[in-house]
Design a protein. Structure first.
Lengths: 108, 302
């Protein structure tokens, strides 16, 4: 659901941005006819641009996934134990004296 | 490396599987990924999957990984019949495999047939002299026979070739600590810190070794490493907090009269003590009185 929402917002942002581009091109065409200098896009296009930017940014930050912590002491990164050194595992320990009390067999 | 979230996840899954809540395959995958040694549980739950034809065939090619995992777990629990059956099935499907050959040699080890296992490993090494796992098995075999000096010799030879293998460095450090050869162990831990500077447990082990060695300089270094553990874990490592307290009081005893940086160190100690008290209050309020008396005795002696 969140992905879908983010995706729709992203598409909306792109549409708004392309509409802003289209209106700027049109505005320049109009200026050429009126023979005036182009100093900057009109205010409503600037507002549209900012809105599109914000929407696109929000979508780009939410759709790909959640952020992972980079702090060494966060729960995901804090190392609490090292893996057992399984390459150096040895078999003559107390299991030899205390066998597992289970009737285990591979049945095939 | 087992992080805090992974540990909680493992415990949750273990609980769930033990109480018959399903998820055995996920549990076995997690055990394999985190490389923890839960042989008895792996054996029990792995066999329950392998004996159920429907579950087993749904695994697809992962079935063989499970056979290998269960075989090793069975050797660890001394259920040699199960291990033998698993290896027999693996051998039937992979007649030429060296990995299965290794398992067979490990089965010899588990039986205690050292000479035969040694023969098998040397023939593997003749074919491929750079097989790291086989080299490590030989070290383990020397250790299992009680030949610790032999194990050290093999490990040192191995580390001359594969210097970047931090598991081997850790093993060597642990062997040295078990023999109380702390200077050598400290060297190994230095190597470990160099290769994995963000793992707080190496810093902790190094600090422990230095504290055990004693002497003013070593104690001061140990305190610094305890402090770096606190830095890396955000103060959630109880052992490091205790270490700071112990180091400070030991330094205070040694450097009586010459108190140059006394003020700074006592500040660090009181901060560590406060953190400890806070943690005890939160998690074990009934043991708080024990902690306060222990801390008081440390402060009195310094």
């Amino acid at each position: 659901m969140a992905l879908n929402l983010g995706f729709v917002v992203g598409i909306l942002g792109v549409v708004i941005l392309s509409h802003a581009a289209y209106s700027t091109v049109q505005y320049r065409g109009l200026l050429k006819i009126m023979e005036e200098e182009f100093s900057g896009p009109p205010l409503n296009v600037v507002v549209e641009l900012l809105l599109g930017l914000v929407l696109c940014m929000w979508a780009a930050l939410t759709v790909p996934g959640t952020f992972l912590s980079i702090h060494p002491h966060s729960e995901e990164n804090r190392i609490v134990s090292l893996p057992a050194n399984l390459d150096f595992m040895i078999f003559n320990h107390r299991a030899r004296v205390f066998p597992v009390e289970m009737d285990l067999n591979l049945k095939h | 490396m087992v992080s805090k979230t992974e540990e909680t996840q493992l415990n949750r899954l273990e609980n769930q599987v033990d109480n018959g809540g399903g998820g055995a395959w996920e549990y076995l995958c997690l055990v394999r990924k985190l490389k923890v040694r839960r042989s008895e549980k792996v054996l029990k739950h792995g066999l329950s999957i392998l004996n159920d034809i429907k579950k087993r065939s749904s695994l697809g090619p992962d079935e063989w990984t499970l056979y290998e995992q269960v075989a090793i777990a069975a050797m660890d629990c001394q259920c040699l019949d199960v291990a033998k059956d698993c290896i027999r099935l693996l051998r039937k499907s992979f007649p030429e495999s060296k990995r299965v050959g290794r398992l067979e040699a490990m089965l010899l080890e588990a039986k205690g047939a050292w000479a035969e296992a040694e023969k098998a490993y040397s023939s593997f090494l003749e074919e491929n002299p750079l097989d790291q796992v086989i080299h490590k098995r030989r070290v383990a075999m020397a250790k299992a026979q009680g030949n610790i000096s032999g194990a050290i010799e093999w490990l040192n030879k191995y580390l001359e070739i594969f210097m970047a293998d931090h598991d081997a460095w850790r093993e060597l450090a642990e062997i040295y600590v078990s023999l109380q050869m702390y200077k050598q162990a400290a060297f190994c831990y230095e190597e470990l810190i160099l290769s994995q500077p963000t793992v707080p447990l190496h810093h902790l082990a190094y600090a422990d070794v230095l504290y055990t060695l004693g002497g003013l300089e070593n104690l001061q270094t140990a305190k610094k490493y305890y402090a770096s553990v606190i830095d890396l874990t955000g103060g959630k490592n109880i052992r490091a907090l205790f270490g700071i307290n112990l180091c400070t009081s030991a330094i205070g005893q040694l450097a009586k009269g010459r108190n140059k940086e006394d003020k700074e160190s006592s500040e660090l100690q009181s901060l560590a003590a406060t953190a400890l008290e806070k943690d005890y209050k939160q998690r074990a309020p009934d043991k708080l009185s024990l902690l306060t008396t222990a801390l008081k005795s440390l402060k009195v002696s310094s």
